[in-house]
Structure formats: structure tokens, C-alpha cells
Design a protein around this ligand. Structure first.
Ligand SMILES: [Zn+2]
Length: 80
């Protein structure tokens, strides 16, 4: 019997950060957080979440931020 298992990414979730300021262009409310969660699956049935990874993008200056670049403001709003 062959078992098909491994990991697969879930649907990206986006969240607008209306109260955070972009550290690069100082524009407020232009940031969007994109979260991608990876799931462990067997026979393509999602079993549990193994990791999630978030990036933030600014629609004004098009700059992207990785988790280690998030400001306190971004983290506070993300955790709400
Ligand atoms: Zn910006």
C-alpha cells in the first residue's frame, strides 16, 4: 500500500492593517498582511497545521516586509 502524505500550503489569508503605518513611506492604512499556512496531509486530507508564515505588503510604495521586519505596531494589529 502506498501512502500519500506530505505538506501542502493552505489558502492565503489576507488582512488589512488599517491602523499601522508603513515604516518606509509613512503611509497609514496601506499595509496588507498575507498569511500562508502549511498543512500536513495524508491522501490530500488536511490533518493539522504545521507552520504559518506572514508577510506584509504596502500598496502605496509596494514594499514587502518579512516577519523579522515587522514593527511593534504591525505585530499588535496582527494579533488582534
Ligand atoms: Zn509604504
Amino acid at each position: 500500500m502506498i501512502l500519500f502524505f506530505g505538506t501542502r500550503p493552505g489558502k492565503p489569508e489576507t488582512k488589512k492593517l488599517f491602523h499601522s503605518t508603513c515604516p518606509y513611506c509613512q503611509q497609514k492604512g496601506s499595509l496588507t498582511a498575507i498569511t500562508i499556512k502549511n498543512y500536513f496531509h495524508i491522501f490530500w486530507i488536511k490533518l493539522f497545521k504545521i507552520s504559518s508564515h506572514t508577510t506584509i505588503e504596502c500598496s502605496h510604495c509596494k514594499r514587502g516586509y518579512y516577519e523579522n521586519e515587522f514593527t511593534e505596531e504591525m505585530n499588535t494589529e496582527l494579533s488582534k
